[in-house]
Design a binder for this molecule. Structure first.
Ligand SMILES: *Cc1c(COP(=O)(O)O)cnc(C)c1O
Length: 414
């Protein structure tokens, strides 16, 4: 597959006249279409809801687009809660609060907003109670099945190594506790592996959770009301990959729902998701300009963005496809490392990447930065976060976050 940029060279030149590079830009149509496809895939499930993982892209304009498409939000800290409440007027059961190692203020804020609090640990239930916070009508517990998570024999994740969630024994006791505290509506949440660009992950996870729901009902008489499949669906970062078939994923889960739950007399379980990457990653790009070329033991293209703007390559060695705008069809004749300005040798957007010959002034379109892109950034070496732009459905461009300046960087000094 060819990874096509959602902007042409000409369009980027025009945008860059008003907004200097580097910047992230997001494609409103793409975001809306993905949200609609997801909704369609689960339209068989009454009560289905996507709670967008705010950490993937915490821009209120983006969250408001998703809100218009019927999505809620998944938050993990009080600042994320404040963001969605103040800037997007989201409150109550439109918020899933999936935190871990939770701070006191974060529980207080989630309680104040009446969010669906998702307990990561049984001890946190005692902690919550010790804060004299009232238990709410609708609450959730996070499950960790341990072991490794395999698809067709291949290890995809290692839950046993993950700090998240409770064991089976703990979660059963947690539900008994929460029932005693008067919680009416209970759900289960689990996240076994991330970046799963396949059609199997979600159905396999759903099967485990549906079976556990049956087991819990048989053991305790407690009937859960919702299943939160959390995040984890991936996207094709590499040009040779294809996207997941979300309609098929929805259908496969429907079948398991009928086979496991309905057959055991359990109906009306609502399905929730907390997707971040799947919703946003392909619909964002980092636009940066080639500013230097250096030839030593390797050939380097220096660009005006750095790991501050996109950390995934530096910290995970993640692949992000790069299109040299205007040269999409040119022969790939050169091998480059594409680098930023940080005094860290991992500040490379690409290593030994085959690309068309790059001239100074060329615009590079770094694909798939819509999730875990801007939001992961830091300020190392006194580098500053870029602007964020929105390419709207009418093709106009709106500034949805200005670039940082040195005043922002110094603002916290006394
Ligand atoms: C990060 C996270 C998500 C979103 O993960 P993606 O891989 O972006 O889909 C969802 N839920 C929780 C609890 C998370 O920590």
């Amino acid at each position: 597959m060819i990874k096509e940029p959602f902007l042409t060279k000409k369009e980027v030149e025009q945008i860059a006249n008003n907004y200097p590079t580097p910047f992230h830009i997001y494609d409103e149509d793409g975001i809306r279409n993905t949200a609609r496809d997801l909704k369609k895939a689960f339209e068989w499930n009454k009560g289905f809801k996507e709670y967008f993982a705010v950490k993937a892209n915490p821009n209120p304009k983006i969250i408001n687009i998703l809100k218009q498409e019927g999505c809620g939000v998944d938050c993990a800290t009080s600042v994320e809660l404040e963001l969605v409440n103040r800037f997007c007027s989201i409150t109550g059961n439109d918020i899933m609060f999936s935190s871990n190692n939770t701070l006191e203020d974060d529980f207080r804020y989630a309680n104040k907003l009446n969010a669906i609090i998702n307990f990561d640990d049984i001890e946190l239930i005692d902690y919550y109670k010790s804060l004299n916070l009232p238990f709410l009508n609708k609450m959730c517990c996070r499950y960790n099945p341990g072991k490794t998570f395999k698809i067709n024999g291949e290890i995809m994740g290692n839950p046993e190594d993950a700090k998240f969630g409770m064991t089976k024994e703990q979660i059963i006791n947690a539900y008994i506790r929460l029932k005693e505290e008067g919680v009416k509506t209970l759900g289960i949440h689990s996240f076994l592996a991330s970046s799963q660009n396949n059609n199997e992950y979600y159905p396999l996870l759903a099967k485990q959770l549906f079976e556990l729901i049956v087991e819990i009902k048989n053991l305790t008489g407690i009937e859960l009301s919702f299943v939160n499949l959390s995040g984890g669906i991936g996207i094709p970062y590499q040009p040779n990959e294809s996207p997941v078939d979300i309609i098929k994923i929805g259908k496969d889960i429907e079948k398991i729902y009928n086979d496991v739950l309905v057959k055991n007399g359990i109906k009306n379980i609502e399905i929730y998701t907390e997707l971040g990457r799947y919703m946003l990653a392909p619909h964002g790009a980092l636009i940066t300009k080639a500013i230097h070329e250096k030839n030593t033991y390797k050939n380097y293209i220096g660009v005006d963005a750095c790991a501050t703007n996109l950390m995934r390559p530096a910290i995970y060695g993640a692949y992000h496809h790069i299109s040299v705008l205007g040269k999409e069809k040119d022969e790939k004749t050169n091998i480059y490392d594409v680098v930023g300005c940080l005094c860290e040798n991992n500040d490379k957007f690409a290593i030994d990447r085959t690309l068309p010959k790059i001239e100074k002034g060329d615009f590079l379109f770094i694909h798939d930065t819509g999730a875990h892109g801007f939001s992961m950034g830091y300020n190392y070496n006194g580098t500053l976060k870029s602007a964020e732009l929105l390419l709207k459905s009418d093709k106009s461009v709106e500034l949805i976050r200005r670039a940082e300046n040195s005043k922002d960087y110094f603002a916290t000094l006394i």
